[in-house]
Design a binder for this molecule. Structure first.
Ligand code: SAM
Length: 361
């Protein structure tokens, strides 16, 4: 993704997939499954700007609009965005959706999450309202801005303002972008590189809500876990945290860019059978859709004389066409804590860390 002030942000295939194919499809199925509920809510913690553009200049629908266009409709929506974007986002959405019930909270979502949840509570009575209905949160940071305390506040939200209020039954579902690429840049592992500073480690502690991830980093630095696969251990650790918050199903899909570098993992957490079933179907489709979109982008960037040829097979690090799941790996087995004893010291460092040269998101 790239942007300069005042311009729409520019996105790539892996971001378009996230909005159109993952969020768009999942939200529609979510509200359909909840059609008997009187209130169905959506929380968008990193809502973005009013307009999004892909790398070829085509505009595409951003997450607030996807949510507002979802049919059956969400009854109540909360958008969180930094102040500089929030005003513009709110005025654009008020013009387009004047009769809808939504709020845009300007500020750091980690600080305003409770205001957003209170806003939902304030729209209900003690015995009914959005705070008691099904809800889903989309958390889509572009760096490591999402604090675990926010994920925890959403997971533990019971919809009550005081003891006289009814308590919500289900947990709010969460769809979280885990920032693998930004994390890799913060935690260098190449031989001869400096270790991450204590300041960076504290930032990563905030992301995970604890420092258990440090044993993975130590094992990477010692050359005991290596290569691209090692980043999945961090994802497992994160999913484990969600399990400990009471989610009985979590999944992750690995998303790579045109250079086959892992950019992010899309993590999903639910307690609902329907949510699990719908997400499994969406993720299965992703295994073919996502590689096709990335491939299309790769071809569209090639010089005209090469366009039309498939470069994946020709490039040493490319993804083979016949192995699309390598480009959209889905994991939903119960997450395990990282156990360093399973990774004894190896003589020869196999690590071949790929620099992130491409624009992220
Ligand atoms: C990846 S973009 C969001 C894209 C949007 N969700 C979509 O799918 O169209 C991340 C957004 O988060 C915003 N942001 C960054 N830090 C934030 C924070 N602490 N609280 C709220 N928003 C933040 C950025 O301004 C940026 O617009």
């Amino acid at each position: 993704m790239s942007s300069s002030k005042g311009d729409p942000r520019t996105w790539h295939a892996w971001s378009r997939w996230k909005d159109s194919n993952l969020l768009g499809v999942y939200l529609k199925e979510f509200t359909k499954a909840c059609k008997k509920a009187s209130h169905v809510s959506f929380l968008d913690c990193f809502a973005g700007t009013a307009t999004s553009q892909d790398h070829q200049g085509d505009t595409f629908t951003s997450s607030p609009r996807i949510a507002l266009q979802t049919n059956p409709e969400f009854t109540d929506l909360v958008f969180f965005e930094l102040p500089e974007n929030a005003i513009e986002l709110e005025s654009a959405l008020r013009i387009e959706y004047p009769s809808r019930s939504f709020t845009v909270l300007g500020g750091d979502c980690n600080a305003t999450i409770r205001d957003g949840l209170s806003w939902l509570r304030d729209r209900g009575t003690r015995i009914s309202g959005p705070q008691l209905g099904p809800a889903i949160a989309f958390l889509d940071p572009d760096e490591v801005q999402l604090a675990w305390s926010t994920v925890e506040a959403i997971a533990r939200w019971d919809g009550r303002r005081d003891a006289g209020d009814f308590v919500r039954k289900g947990k709010t579902e969460q769809l979280i972008l885990f920032p693998t690429g930004p994390l890799r840049r913060r935690l260098p592992v190449q031989a001869g590189s400096h270790e991450a500073s204590e300041k960076i480690r504290a930032e990563v502690d905030d992301l995970f809500g604890n420092s258990d991830w440090r044993s993975i980093y130590d094992a990477q630095r010692a050359g005991r876990v290596s290569g691209e696969d090692s980043w999945m251990h961090y994802v497992e650790q994160y999913r484990l945290g969600l399990t400990q918050l009471g989610y009985d199903y979590t999944s992750a899909i690995e998303v790579r860019n045109t250079r086959n570098v892992v950019l992010y993992h899309m993590i999903f957490a639910t307690n609902h059978f329907a949510g699990r079933k719908i997400m499994k179907a969406v993720l299965n489709r992703a295994k073919s859709e996502l590689p096709a979109m990335v491939k299309e982008e790769k071809i569209s960037r090639m010089p005209r004389k090469d366009a039309g040829q498939t470069l994946f097979d020709a490039e040493p690090d490319g993804a083979p066409d016949d192995l699309p799941t390598d480009w959209a790996l889905v994991v939903d087995t119960p997450p395990q804590a990282f156990d360093p004893s399973r990774f004894p010291a190896i003589q020869k460092q196999e690590a071949r860390e790929t620099e992130v040269q491409d624009t992220l998101f």
